[in-house]
Write a protein that binds this ligand. Structure first.
Ligand code: MN
Length: 210
């Protein structure tokens, strides 16, 4: 997948996450916010055919070596595309899914229990100052860690492998929850796709074992 990047449809209906995340928010978030990142990323690459064959991951990994005038637009808008696709793909129309036995075992090992993880994750998501994300990720030693990122920064420069992400920009919840981010996080826990998270986790651990 490379330039021109396209707006990937949601993997479920706009109202699929109701009543936890409302249909109008999903429309605005996907059709306007994500679309703007896609359009601006394409605009940044328009006059640079040499980078039009690069994948999004490759662009973000090498962002500091890009020409000065597209460095910041690619970092912000490419990050916006990458983060939002991850976020939308790790929610599900199914309610209260559960991690795989393997992922659950490591969550128990690294955080004590799933409930303890949820408390720590909620605290991290609440603690993002301004706009950003909270992630569950695997570090280079194969340990699960919770990480905050600001704006549209990604985990790519930190060499962390993403398992789950929550978008805590206000546009993700303001229409429904106003300024009460804690309510949005509690709602999000009902629609987070732990099956998808488990696939992400197993993909990364398989690479480490290879
Ligand atoms: Mn967002």
């Amino acid at each position: 997948v490379h330039y021109p990047f396209v707006l990937t449809p949601l993997p479920y209906d706009y109202n699929a996450l109701e009543p936890f995340i409302d249909e109008k928010t999903m429309h605005l978030h996907h059709d306007r916010h994500l679309k703007t990142y896609v359009d601006n990323l394409n605009a940044a690459l328009k006059n640079y055919p040499e980078f039009q064959t690069w994948s999004l991951e490759r662009l973000l990994k090498n962002v500091n070596w890009l020409p000065e005038d597209i460095k910041t637009p690619v970092k912000n808008n490419g990050g916006g595309v990458y983060n939002h696709e991850f976020y939308f793909n790790n929610m599900s129309a199914e309610r209260d899914t559960q991690p795989s036995p393997e992922l659950l075992e490591q969550i128990d090992r690294d955080f004590g229990s799933l409930d303890e993880f949820k408390q720590q994750f909620k605290k991290a998501a609440l603690g993002v100052f301004g706009s950003g994300y909270a992630w569950l990720a695997l570090d280079k030693n194969g340990k699960l860690v919770i990480k905050q990122t600001a704006n549209q920064d990604t985990l790519i420069p930190l060499e962390l492998c993403p398992v789950v992400v929550i978008d805590v920009w206000e546009h993700a919840y303001y229409l429904k929850n106003y300024n009460v981010r804690a309510d949005y996080i509690d709602n999000w826990f009902h629609v987070v796709d732990w099956q998808k998270a488990s696939v992400n986790y197993e993909k990364h651990t398989a690479i480490e074992k290879a």
